[in-house]
Design a binder for this molecule. Structure first.
Ligand SMILES: NC(=O)C1=CN([C@@H]2O[C@H](COP(=O)(O)OP(=O)(O)OC[C@H]3O[C@@H](n4cnc5c(N)ncnc54)[C@H](OP(=O)(O)O)[C@@H]3O)[C@@H](O)[C@H]2O)C=CC1
Ligand SMILES: O=C(O)C1=N[C@H](C(=O)O)C[C@H](O)C1
Length: 233
């Protein structure tokens, strides 16, 4: 496949290496606003900045280029982009986390939330740890985990960063040099604590997942998720 990389930073470079290993060609790599050169691509993979989301996704969909979207911190515009994709019969996948491990962790989190919903003595909290260059907090993955708990546990209807309020899942975001991404979901009662945790050892898992998603999306029309790509859940 001919791939356009929108955002050529830490993730863009990791994706390039994996895409080349898997026999793909990189026809565009840019850290600037998307331009006409994208029209040669079979698929675009975007790991850039939240402020570029609407422009980059719109540009790709208007040029009939399927989009794999990994940038986090822009979800207030998600429904608008989904609508555009349907209107133009484009192809689009957003995932807060493309790694296989985290997508299995998402399923565990949902099952655990269903089980814990009847055990009212336990309070849930989330912690995410990332490298110090990360622009957004909480992480997109932590937001996905929190939203999945809210859907499956009737004691919660909001999440909030560093706040303990009624019916609200508190999220703590820590920034430590060189941490690729660690997420922990904790249920605590007076008598014990139950935790599930995912630790990324590098960016390889995210990058491989994004390339696998691009291979899967090529030739399809519609809005999909990693659950469709990995056929889980
Ligand atoms: N979904 C997932 O699985 C994962 C998601 N992410 C997310 O991906 C994003 C990027 O992460 P990371 O690679 O670590 O960040 P980096 O800061 O290393 O890279 C971002 C790149 O985007 C460039 N850029 C800035 N403006 C634009 C624009 N308008 N169009 C295209 N590129 C632009 C930046 O250029 P310059 O430096 O010149 O400003 C930079 O090269 C983040 O939102 C992060 O949360 C990260 C890992 C996994
Ligand atoms: O910025 C990162 O690095 C990461 N961002 C994603 C997120 O916000 O959840 C995914 C992963 O945790 C790494």
């Amino acid at each position: 496949m001919k791939i356009a990389l929108l955002g050529y930073g830490k993730m863009g470079k990791t994706i390039e290496a994996i895409a080349l290993e898997r026999g793909h060609t990189i026809v565009l790599k840019t850290s600037k606003t998307v331009n006409q050169a994208i029209k040669n691509a079979d698929v675009a993979i975007d790991f850039s900045i939240p402020g570029a989301a609407v422009n980059n996704i719109t540009h790709c969909i208007n040029h009939n280029i399927p989009v794999i979207y990994g940038t986090t911190g822009w979800l207030d515009q998600y429904d608008r982009m989904v609508q555009l994709c349907h209107e133009k019969q484009g192809a689009f996948i957003y995932a807060s986390n493309f790694s296989l491990g985290v997508n299995i962790f998402f399923q565990l989190n949902k099952s655990l939330a269903k089980m814990m919903a009847t055990l009212k003595d336990y309070a849930v909290s989330l912690e995410e740890i990332h490298h110090t260059q990360k622009l957004d907090a909480p992480s997109g993955t932590a937001i996905s985990l929190a939203n999945d708990i809210i859907k499956n546990h009737d004691s919660y209807n909001h999440w909030a960063l560093d706040q303990n309020q009624e019916k609200t899942i508190p999220i703590t975001a820590k920034r430590i040099e060189n941490v690729a991404g660690t997420h922990t979901v904790t249920y605590t009662s007076e008598v014990d604590t139950l935790e599930i945790k995912h630790t990324a050892h590098s960016r390889q898992g995210f990058a491989l997942g994004a390339v696998v998603a691009a291979e899967w999306l090529h030739g399809k029309v519609g809005v999909f998720t990693m659950k469709d790509v990995l056929n889980i859940g």
